[in-house]
Design a protein around this ligand. Structure first.
Ligand SMILES: [Zn+2]
Ligand SMILES: [Zn+2]
Length: 402
């Protein structure tokens, strides 16, 4: 592929209105994880309309489009991934194309991610002078349900072999026309845990000495988990453990010691060692404290999303592609660690690749609405730029046969 990024951008700008219409249509009809039926149908119909071989029903509601270039090829293939799901948030933007579904909203910009990848699919369907195969992956259920994991478990890369896989997320607070990335760990591993402390319970007023009391264990435990970060994790390694939910007993019976209390929370980390340490020490702390007070502890530690780790070679390729479009000074190649998690991490465990952040913009006063908030909106100004990134990346990866 010989087109320069500025010419690609100009061509995509020519049909930007179509991408904006698609983006706003998806925005107005948000669907949450594994229920992206309308969105998937729209994606599949659009891809087929451009003559792209399209596969539906992958990881329930996922779609994959496959496009072969016309140049002689050594069977090299790249996969480009967007996500399609919305969140359980009540939209408060008041926009004309705001969510029409009560309690659901595209508050993470996956409507925009889908439209940007469609924009690239259209360009490439009309400009097939590349060597190899592009797989356009539209995955379901990124927000907490692990659609990326399910795609991988279903054999995504056996069915659609790829030498590299790339992802992109919009980044509120980063200026329009700027990109950010870093090699190695970039986003956190996100786990959840639940501990159930059991005792006999009893009459808290008249006979506490006859009871074993899980509330006392719980009180010690909540303080003690913070010592895991402070005393078991090396101080140069980031880690978070937070309690998010506590329950037990009855508000109507303050004189009764409950036989069971439950505490749950989250844990974030960036290295497998730190993750192992958190799980091990959480168990030891819960079981040790329970034993001290004659109680029991049942620990359920759920490893949800692994750390998102960018592969160095593909990170350089992604940053280089972005720099060709917007200039080297607009591409941050060592952004700080992001405490959010992403299930694109499952795909990066299978294939080399990289995940890049594209600026969603900042208001003149420096403010912005972050993702997962009711006033957030994906910025249509970056649609054509995002599509140009994908197309330029394909040109870089599959431009000429080696
Ligand atoms: Zn999100
Ligand atoms: Zn997201």
């Amino acid at each position: 592929m010989t087109a320069e990024p500025k010419d690609i951008l100009a061509e995509i700008k020519g049909y930007e209105d179509e991408l904006i219409a698609i983006r706003r249509d998806i925005h107005a009809h948000p669907e949450t994880g594994f229920e992206e039926v309308r969105t998937a149908a729209l994606v599949a119909k659009t891809l087929r309309g451009w003559g792209i071989e399209t596969h539906e029903g992958i990881a329930k509601t996922g779609v994959v489009g496959t496009l072969k270039g016309t140049r002689p090829s050594n069977n090299r293939a790249v996969a480009l991934r967007a996500d399609m799901d919305a969140l359980f948030i009540e939209e408060k933007t008041g926009l004309p194309y705001a969510s029409t579904v009560p309690g659901k909203m595209h508050a993470c910009g996956h409507d925009g991610h889908t439209a940007m990848l469609l924009g690239a699919a259209r360009y490439l369907s009309e400009n097939r002078d590349f060597a190899g195969t592009v797989h356009f992956i539209f995955q379901p259920a990124e927000e907490g349900q692990g659609g990326g994991r399910l795609m991988v478990e279903e054999g995504l890369f056996d069915r659609f072999p790829a030498d590299a896989v790339y992802g992109m997320h919009n980044n509120p607070g980063r200026a329009v026309g700027e990109f950010g990335i870093r090699p190695g760990p970039m986003m956190a591993a996100a786990d959840t845990w639940t501990v159930t402390f059991g005792g006999t319970g009893g009459h808290g007023g008249s006979a506490p000495h006859l009871a074993t009391d899980p509330t006392v264990v719980l009180a010690h435990f909540i303080l003690a988990v913070q010592a895991i970060v402070g005393r078991n994790i090396p101080s140069v390694e980031p880690a978070v453990i937070s309690v998010g939910h506590v329950s037990g007993g009855s508000a109507g019976s303050p004189n009764i010691i409950p036989p069971e209390v439950v505490v749950s929370g989250t844990a974030r980390s960036y290295s497998p060692q730190v993750r192992d340490t958190i799980e091990r020490r959480l168990r030891e702390t819960a079981e040790g404290l329970a034993a001290t007070y004659g109680c029991t502890a049942a620990v359920d530690y759920n490893r949800r999303y692994p750390t998102l780790v960018n592969h160095p070679e593909q990170t350089d390729i992604a940053a280089g592609v972005a720099a060709r479009i917007v200039g080297e000074d607009k591409v941050a190649t060592r952004i700080p660690l992001i405490t959010g998690a992403e299930d694109f991490s499952f795909m990066l465990e299978q294939r080399p690749g990289a995940f890049i952040m594209i600026g969603n913009g900042v208001n003149p006063d420096g403010s912005y609405h972050y993702v997962h908030t009711p006033h957030y909106d994906f910025n249509d100004e970056i649609l054509a730029l995002g599509s140009t990134y994908w197309v330029t990346l394909v040109g870089q990866e599959l431009g000429v046969q080696e």
